[in-house]
Ligand binder design. Structure first.
Ligand SMILES: Nc1ncnc2c1ncn2[C@@H]1O[C@H](COP(=O)(O)OP(=O)(O)OP(=O)(O)O)[C@@H](O)[C@H]1O
Ligand SMILES: [Mg+2]
Length: 574
């Protein structure tokens, strides 16, 4: 979407407010310019004809005029900032909503957390500055200048024409500098985003940094990013503050020429001093609006660049798209992968024409060496990515026909690196089912062998778990993750190496929990620990993106293939 179209699409929410503000701006512009017109009668009638009534009238008129201008200015400023604030709020929300629904590959391959954060904070601030300050300058000052031109013509056609030649010349630098401002503004926003990115990454990696004694290197890296922001802003500033003096200088030369010619006409008696002063005041009045436009231009360019960056996010299409009128996913019989091929990046196929099935109530394992594509299968089943070729069917229906929500609701997933929110244990447990009752939560936590632990905490379910849940042990986090999945009451449990990050003791606790679930749920276990799958109904051995063997444990052992050699190796290492 184009940025101007986008802005106008937002502006329609504020029709009345915007009209009131425009009305104020028009009046301010009109009053400011016509007040210059008063100079002529003032000089002529008061100083020349000594008109006392005029003097009294003027003394009353000037405060009233400025009172009106003041009230109008307050109203238009308030409305403009209100509109800007509200547009930026809506924009932030729209981008956030988009990010919540966009497919996962955007975060993995196309953008970084730091860049996204920068866009939602720094860039939205630039947009706010632009929206709140530039319309009033552009509208009010354009009206003021138009009004001034009318007054000029009223005073002297010859000089009005002369001034109209000077005006565009003085405004010309705005045009010249705009390109440079946009260029440096883009550069600044990118460097700021890089800095955010570095900050976000270094702060979350502080544990590793201290572990490897890399603080000095991290500081150097940060200084480098910080310095780049400094240089980018420095270059932007050079252009930012150059345009205004250049314009003023050109304007000053123009004014000098006009004074020279006009002063000569007064000396020759062609003009009254009043007319000349009025004219001079009007010409000089052009100065302020030109200056303000020159000064606001960098803000305008910066805001437009930032708006482009945010619209960039909104224009990002999801690679996984829900069809219109999707079906509710149900699982009664079978999940089937049929000739599925998939690659994350072009020309690097990860899954190569794999087919397998999981029947309801079965315990199915997918095993194989690291990098074989096991977790990728999970990504496809949950539609975090879509298959390139082949189909994934649930009870004979391609999963692309289901709503993403209902599809994902079928599965309770526990992965290696569990993410918990920095919130209470209760809120973490009920993350997938906010309506869970106390009984349900207690039942799930008991089943997950974590109830006792929670009950012994001073604040029980109200204990806050710290960032990412790091105030808990790995095993505790995993058992909370299992309970969290249980509370959503899924049809299928999927475990992707849930114990590989754990020590022996926590592992056996988690395994004990998992085994309890095995009795009455469909289970898909992804692991390369073969001793965990001995009693499974069916095992698929994945190697280099292909299913190379399948069957139950005993059948696979007797085949003397990859499975049996891996199994024997693991027995020896035990
Ligand atoms: N988001 C991604 N973008 C690009 N390549 C990826 C992505 N995720 C995984 N890969 C690549 O795909 C291949 C399969 O990865 P996958 O995570 O499915 O392996 P895995 O069998 O689960 O391994 P492990 O047992 O180590 O977890 C790997 O070579 C990996 O480098
Ligand atoms: Mg994996």
């Amino acid at each position: 979407m184009n940025k101007f179209k986008f802005l106008f699409s937002y502006l329609k929410f504020y029709k009345t407010k915007f009209l009131i503000s425009c009305f104020c701006m028009l009046l301010i512009g009109g009053l400011t310019s016509t007040s210059r017109w008063l100079v002529k009668p003032v000089v002529d009638k008061i100083f020349y004809y000594k008109d006392i009534n005029m003097l009294v009238g003027l003394v009353v008129l000037i405060p009233v005029l400025y009172l009106i201008i003041g009230v109008l200015t307050y109203v238009k400023n308030y409305i403009n900032v209100y509109i800007a604030n509200d547009i930026v709020k809506k924009l932030r929300e729209e981008v956030f909503k988009h990010l919540q629904h966009i497919s996962i590959d955007y975060f993995v391959l196309k953008s970084t957390t730091g860049h996204t954060l920068a866009k939602l904070t720094n860039d939205t601030n630039n947009i706010f500055q632009m929206l709140s300050k530039t319309p009033s300058v552009i509208i009010t000052d354009t009206i003021t200048m138009l009004g001034l031109i009318v007054v000029l013509f009223y005073l002297s056609i010859k000089f009005a024409v002369l001034s109209l030649i000077v005006l565009p010349i003085a405004l010309f630098p705005v045009y010249i500098f705009t390109k440079k401002l946009r260029y440096y503004s883009k550069k600044t926003q990118t460097e700021i985003a890089n800095l955010y990115n570095n900050l976000q990454e270094s702060i979350s990696a502080v544990f590793v940094t201290q572990l490897f004694n890399q603080q000095e290197n991290e500081i150097k890296k940060f200084q480098n990013f910080n310095n780049k922001v400094f240089i980018a802003i420095k270059k932007f500033t050079r252009v930012e503050f150059l345009s205004s003096p250049v314009m003023e200088f050109i304007g000053a030369i123009g004014v000098a020429v006009i004074i020279l010619i006009g002063g000569r006409d007064v000396i020759l008696g062609k003009w009254t001093p009043g007319a000349f002063f009025a004219f001079l005041a009007t010409v000089l009045s052009f100065y302020q609006p030109i200056k303000r436009i020159a000064e606001i231009n960098p803000l305008l360019q910066q805001g437009l660049v930032s708006l482009e960056r945010l619209i960039g996010i909104l224009n990002q299409k999801s690679s996984v798209i829900e069809i219109s009128n999707p079906l509710e996913a149900k699982f009664k019989h079978k999940i089937v992968f049929q000739n599925v091929s998939f690659s994350y990046k072009k020309n690097l196929q990860i899954l190569k024409n794999i087919s397998f099935e999981v029947n309801k109530g079965q315990k199915v394992a997918i095993v194989g060496p690291s990098g074989a594509g096991k977790s990728t299968i999970l990504n496809l089943l949950l539609r975090f990515y879509d298959v390139d070729e082949g189909e994934i069917l649930i009870d004979g229906i391609n999963i692309k026909n289901f709503s993403l929500k209902s599809l994902r609701k079928l599965f309770g997933v526990v992965v290696q690196e569990t993410f918990l929110f920095n919130d209470t244990i209760w809120n973490n447990l009920t993350y997938g089912n906010r309506n869970a009752t106390m009984e349900e939560v207690i039942e799930a936590t008991q089943l997950a062998d974590i109830y006792e632990f929670i009950s012994n905490l001073p604040q029980k379910f109200d204990t806050v778990v710290g960032e990412r849940g790091y105030s808990l042990s790995g095993g505790e986090r995993q058992r909370i993750a299992i309970a969290r999945a249980l509370i959503t009451n899924p049809e299928v449990f999927i475990f992707d190496e849930p114990t590989s990050a754990l020590d022996a003791e926590s592992e056996s606790a988690v395994l004990k929990t998992m085994k309890k679930l095995y009795q009455n749920k469909t289970i898909i276990l992804i692991t390369h620990r073969l001793n965990l799958v001995v009693d499974f109904d069916y095992i698929y051995v994945l190697s280099d993106g292909k299913i190379v063997e399948e069957g139950n444990h005993y059948k696979l052992l007797s085949q003397n293939g990859l499975y049996s050699s891996l199994f024997k190796l693991q027995q020896v290492n035990k």
